[in-house]
Design a protein around this ligand. Structure first.
Ligand SMILES: NC(=O)c1ccc[n+]([C@@H]2O[C@H](COP(=O)([O-])OP(=O)(O)OC[C@H]3O[C@@H](n4cnc5c(N)ncnc54)[C@H](OP(=O)(O)O)[C@@H]3O)[C@@H](O)[C@H]2O)c1
Length: 258
């Protein structure tokens, strides 16, 4: 194995929500740095397409696709079994799947939308971490990253439940970091600002709206999915081996340390 920084040769990585957007960019970067991957999302054709693209660019089979709705415990179990069968072990877990099923006041959200948001964004990550931790413990450690959001840092009159779910992700990260630290398993959160993906299209597809929002940002632009390649590689690599329980904010300066 080379001693080059950020080398991921020999790392086996399971990603959720990785068929497009930030998850796909992270998957590409992880494979390019040497990792083997299982890419999952709800749509199998999109997962296979993403895996094929990666395998073509690396020239060898580094990625496998598997369909899994992150809000289903049984599908998560199947995903973990598939990953262990294909990769042999799981050293790194990227919990990137997330949903926002309601836009508006919390006083009007229906129970289904509330449950869907909290189940997919919070409970699914709790399930998945518990399913993957035994493999990490067996191989002497691991790294877990969960995509939160800068929405976690503030109240919102239109994205209240989503914000609460992403704040709960930070709590989940902190607690698992404490519980799994003695096993050399690190757990960190990634908090993106507004990133130009399908997920947030309503907020940037109008060019005037995008321009107005960009002008309020210190870096004068919105994020791109590829802005998340480096942080995923860093957190998966041994170069972040003393970092756990943290929230890494990547938002063009929209939210600053205080
Ligand atoms: N874009 C932003 O501005 C922004 C800002 C802060 C945080 N985030 C967070 O970033 C993460 C990724 O978002 P993105 O912007 O990259 O979105 P995206 O481009 O829409 O991609 C979302 C990915 O998640 C998958 N997915 C959606 N629901 C799923 C479910 N229930 N189970 C499994 N996979 C599911 C999608 O594929 P399928 O449709 O095939 O399932 C897709 O692969 C989310 O956690 C989101 O909350 C986004």
């Amino acid at each position: 194995m080379s001693n080059q920084l950020f080398n991921l040769e020999g790392k086996n990585i399971l990603l959720t929500g990785a068929s497009k957007g930030m998850g796909l960019s992270m998957a590409k970067a992880l494979a390019n740095n040497g990792a083997n991957l299982v890419i999952s999302s709800r749509k199998i054709d999109q997962c296979i397409k993403a895996a094929d693209e990666i395998n073509e660019s690396t020239g060898i089979q580094k990625a496998y696709g598997f369909a899994c709705n992150a809000s289903s415990k049984n599908e998560l179990k199947d995903l973990v079994n598939f990953s262990l069968e294909k990769l042999g072990s799981i050293n790194t877990l990227v919990c990137n799947a997330g949903v926002n099923s309601f836009f508006g006041s919390m006083s009007e959200i229906d129970d289904d939308s509330y449950d869907k948001t909290m189940d997919t964004n919070v409970k699914s990550n709790h399930w998945l971490i518990n399913m993957v931790a035994p493999s990490m413990k067996e191989s002497g450690g691991g790294s877990i990253m969960i995509t939160s959001s800068i929405a976690a840092f503030n109240a919102s009159e239109t994205l209240g439940t989503y914000s609460i779910s992403k704040l709960a992700v930070l709590g989940l990260v902190r607690n698992y970091a404490a519980e799994l630290g003695p096993f050399n398993i690190r757990v960190n959160a990634i908090c993106p600002g507004l990133v130009k993906t399908d997920f947030s299209k309503l907020l940037w597809e109008n060019p005037d709206a995008e321009k107005a929002t960009s002008q309020r940002m210190p870096l004068r632009r919105l994020g791109e999915a590829d802005d998340f390649m480096g942080v995923a590689v860093f957190l998966a690599s041994n170069e972040s081996s003393f970092m756990t329980g943290q929230a890494l904010t990547i938002c063009g300066g929209a939210s600053m340390w205080s």
